[in-house]
Design a protein around this ligand. Structure first.
Ligand code: THU
Length: 146
């Protein structure tokens, strides 16, 4: 695995590589007959576990669920009350794919304050960014409290 990160955020390189390999591994399971874009995602949780997901499309295109959300929902089903330390998204596209708006809102619900977003393709880990920089001023659970 090559890496062209220019900054090192909070995770060690072995953990990042594990996350990348898990996302890469599941990417081929994506169900994307309409867009043709196969996406794999992995989530590192606050207990150290990793869960994965792929994008799942259907004939009503708008009801598609992205790889990131499926990876998050799978983690919640396995162990509730955890927080997200990092998420890795892998495609086969030259430009890294950041989580879409819907996924950002779901990530905001469960992210630790230093949550890291790692973006890669099948050749390399291309970019990393702090979630709070990717999605500043998120609408969060705290806003619902009086
Ligand atoms: N998709 C993801 O799974 N994750 C992203 O970060 C962006 C987009 C999926 C949704 C759809 O199945 C396909 O990629 C094209 O938008």
């Amino acid at each position: 695995m090559k890496s062209n990160f220019n900054i090192q955020l909070s995770l060690d390189s072995k953990t990042k590589n594990n996350l990348y390999q898990e996302a890469l591994k599941v990417r081929s399971h994506a169900y994307a007959p309409y867009s043709g874009y196969h996406v794999g995602a992995s989530v590192l949780w606050s207990n150290g576990h990793i869960t994965t997901g792929v994008n799942v499309e259907n004939a009503s295109y708008g009801a598609t669920v992205c790889a990131e959300r499926n990876a998050i929902f799978s983690g919640i089903a396995q162990t509730p009350d955890l927080k997200i330390k990092a998420i890795c998204v892998v495609t086969d596209q030259a430009n890294p794919w950041p989580p879409c708006g819907l996924c950002r809102q779901v990530i905001a619900e469960f992210a630790l304050s230093d949550c890291l977003i790692i973006l890669g393709n099948t050749q390399l880990l291309a970019q990393e960014i702090a979630f709070k920089d990717l999605f500043p001023m998120a609408f969060e659970p705290k806003h619902l409290k009086a």
